[in-house]
Ligand binder design. Structure first.
Ligand code: SF4
Length: 346
């Protein structure tokens, strides 16, 4: 299997280029183009001969877009293929303030959340930092970006996988993508969504990144949470909220809680009152998500009027809450659905 240029250091590349008859500065040029997602054949500033030698050993980006579907609302869903043949997915959403790409951190997931299609086949493997980066670079290029150009403005680590279950690679990726040699996306424009791995939240807070921490809460207590999120059995809700407080104290970044509205499960007035008790003292925001239906699961999304009723209830209790706009419903917009369909049909 060929190696990705994203995984090769400048020093290693200089040695390779020298052994192939090129000059030291060619290595820097190659690195620059590959850092922006250009394929080896597209690196026109080096000779055809050097490109040919290079392409025998390397690919530039370890991630290739193999399918692209556009929704009626403009949301785009991407199916990516990795060098070992595994597939992952991403979603591009266009807002007035820019373009947000939702990316994956693992092939599959072992967390088992009941409302999620990504976890249906369990965890296959972690993604390397260059495979996470490669998703962003390939979409940035597909949008027509040139070298040093950034078409994507915001990132959410909310695709398949639990990012904190692949901690080192995810943090390495965040540092790279926000650095001057890559797309230089501000860490403040990056959100990491976790199902709530308490110890890793403390570690993230101590690592001093400036990203937004988003916690998939989906329930106001352990009893309901355990029914839909197996992780709740080992990560009690009280400890989770303590870790969120710590994250805010350390970083000054408001924590976001995701709350998928599931009919008859977590959408009662009593649930709203419990949420107030749980989150009242914390600088946070609650994002209510009308649940996308997932064929393989029996959970039904709460009706739209219920979602807005619940939002008003939370706001009247003094909490900050909004309803997230559903995007890409006609193209399997929810986490893991496109990949699940691809695997079923292949
Ligand atoms: S919601 Fe996230 S953590 Fe839960 S199973 Fe899906 S990908 Fe994994």
């Amino acid at each position: 299997m060929k190696e990705s240029l994203l995984d090769v250091s400048l020093e290693e590349l200089e040695k390779f280029v020298a052994a192939s008859g090129g000059q030291k500065f060619h290595a820097a040029q190659i690195k620059k183009f590959s850092n922006f997602g250009f394929e080896v054949e597209e690196i026109s500033v080096i000779s055809k001969q050097l490109r040919e030698i290079l392409s025998k050993s390397f690919v530039s980006n370890p991630v290739k877009i193999i399918q692209e579907i556009e929704s009626k609302d403009g949301t785009k869903k991407f199916l990516f293929q990795l060098l070992d043949g595994n597939v992952i997915e991403g979603v591009l959403m266009s807002y007035h303030h820019g373009k947000t790409l939702c990316i994956s951190s693992q092939v599959g997931c072992r967390m088992g959340c009941k409302f999620c299609a990504s976890t249906l086949g369990g965890l296959v493997r972690n993604l390397s930092s260059s495979e996470i980066l490669g998703q962003v670079l390939s979409v940035n290029r597909a949008l027509g970006a040139k070298v040093s150009e950034r078409k994507i403005t915001n990132l959410v680590l909310m695709g398949s996988g639990e990012p904190l279950d692949n901690y080192e690679n995810v943090v390495r990726f965040i540092k790279e993508i926000s650095g001057p040699n890559s797309l230089n996306i501000s860490q403040r424009n990056i959100s990491l969504s976790t199902c709530g791995l308490v110890e890793k939240i403390y570690r993230l807070a101590d690592d001093g990144l400036q990203i937004t921490l988003t916690i998939s809460l989906h329930a106001p207590n352990d009893e309901i949470r355990r029914k839909i999120m197996p992780v709740a059995s080992s990560q009690p809700i009280e400890k989770l909220i303590e870790s969120a407080k710590y994250y805010f104290d350390k970083t000054g970044r408001r924590v976001v809680f995701e709350y998928a509205m599931i009919d008859g499960v977590n959408n009662s007035a009593a649930c709203a009152a419990e949420l107030k008790k749980l989150l009242g003292g914390l600088c946070c925001h609650i994002n209510l998500i009308p649940l996308n239906s997932v064929e393989e699961r029996n959970l039904k999304g709460a009706p739209k009027h219920q979602v807005y009723w619940f939002k008003d209830k939370l706001v009247s209790l003094g909490l900050s809450a909004t309803v997230r706009r559903t995007m890409g419903e006609d193209i399997e917009g929810a986490c893991g659905q496109l990949r699940a369909k691809f695997l079923k049909n292949s």
